[in-house]
Write a protein that binds this ligand. Structure first.
Ligand SMILES: Nc1ncnc2c1ncn2[C@@H]1O[C@H](COP(=O)(O)OP(=O)(O)OP(=O)(O)O)[C@@H](O)[C@H]1O
Ligand SMILES: [Mg+2]
Length: 340
């Protein structure tokens, strides 16, 4: 069973969403629907599975439906049609009390526009989810301070949100989500307001946190590099439609259409290709060559490429036990790095 399963979700914004469902199902575009009926298609027949412990990234241009999608998962938005299952439970079947419990314990969310309480201090904001769970103030403050430190905001705990920059407020939102320690984290452009150095730092922190805690993370971003770095799978939305879901390598090497191709056209492929993806299997025979370099199968091409291109080196790709799994020569480099 998948951790999260979305089946055939449609979301139409407007006064009479049901009245335009048939038109959308018959294939009318978002523009046509808006022009003829004044309704906006938020999501158009989206189905997805998200597995436990993975970081699932959702990407797409502004207005493509990313926030709408993520907000269905904790039912901040209700679908016009379709179902959302979390650990097999249909979130639409939860009554009011169950929904409150579900939001408190199952999921935390980092909002695109921070969503902080203006009249609470940083430490109160970060501890808010814990307060809702009736955890004592002392315990709450202890956990909150840990998370404040983790996001690099020590010293600001008694300030109010309007005393902080946008990037700092975003980090408060992140600390708040971390503090609740729920097993699903929804992150809507969680790093987008940060400047590049802090952003890359937060990405690293998230990756290392994730390698220990194995949370299920749904992460929205505009940024291809960020999605390639963080995502186990990446889903790409265009005008409410899901156009591709795949691993970073799938997306970069086999974009499903021109829209996805435009996203990946300038990407540095060496950043997403691991040695094991491009090697020729050891069974095919060992290529000869004096100059050899041993590389772990999970190493990204970017890391060892500079050592091999100039010196015509043959790469021996090994697993963790040191056994040779395959080889990389100029031939493999050509076919993986040169765009067809
Ligand atoms: N409450 C609403 N009422 C009407 N239309 C809405 C509402 N929320 C979203 N929409 C529309 O649904 C579409 C998807 O919006 P959404 O906010 O999900 O986009 P997004 O991909 O998150 O964009 P961004 O990258 O700018 O955050 C847009 O066309 C938007 O105009
Ligand atoms: Mg959004």
């Amino acid at each position: 069973m998948s951790k999260i399963e979305i089946n055939n979700i449609y979301k139409i914004f407007g006064n009479k969403p049901q009245s335009v469902m048939q038109m959308v199902k018959d294939g009318a575009t978002k523009e046509e629907v808006l022009e003829k009926t004044g309704h906006t298609v938020g999501l158009d027949n989206v189905s997805l599975k998200i597995e436990e412990g993975e970081t699932f990234v959702c990407m797409g241009l502004s207005g493509s439906g990313k926030s709408t999608l993520i907000r269905h998962l904790n039912r901040l938005i209700e679908p016009t049609s379709g179902e959302i299952l979390v650990e097999g439970t249909n979130v639409m079947s939860l009554n009011k009390q169950e929904l409150i419990e579900f939001r408190r314990h199952k999921m935390s969310m980092v909002f695109q526009r921070f969503g902080l309480f203006p009249h609470k201090t940083v430490i109160q904001n970060v501890g808010y989810g814990l307060e809702m769970r009736n955890i004592t103030q002392e315990e709450r403050n202890k956990i909150a301070m840990e998370k404040i430190e983790a996001v690099g905001l020590s010293g600001f705990e008694n300030q109010y949100p309007n005393q902080l920059s946008g990037g700092m407020q975003q980090r408060v939102g992140l600390a708040r989500a971390l503090a609740t320690d729920s097993d699903i984290m929804l992150m809507d452009e969680a790093f987008s307001a940060l400047d590049p150095l802090i952003r890359s730092d937060m990405q690293k922190q998230l990756i290392s946190l994730q390698s220990e805690l194995k949370k299920t993370i749904v992460f929205i971003t505009h940024d291809l590099d960020e999605s390639l770095r963080l995502g186990n799978h990446i889903a790409i939305l265009n005008a409410g439609k899901l156009v591709q879901v795949g691993t970073p390598v799938d997306i970069v090497m086999n974009p499903a259409d021109d829209y996805v191709a435009a996203f990946v056209k300038d990407v540095n492929r060496a950043k997403v290709l691991k040695a094991k993806v491009i090697m020729t299997d050891a069974k095919e025979g060992q290529p000869s060559g004096e100059n050899r370099l041993k590389v772990h199968e999970d190493e990204f091409l970017e890391e060892f490429l500079p050592k091999i291109v100039l010196n015509d080196v043959v790469v021996d790709v090994v697993d963790s036990a040191g056994h040779i799994k395959g080889y990389i020569t100029n031939k493999e480099l050509q076919s993986s790095l040169v765009k067809s």
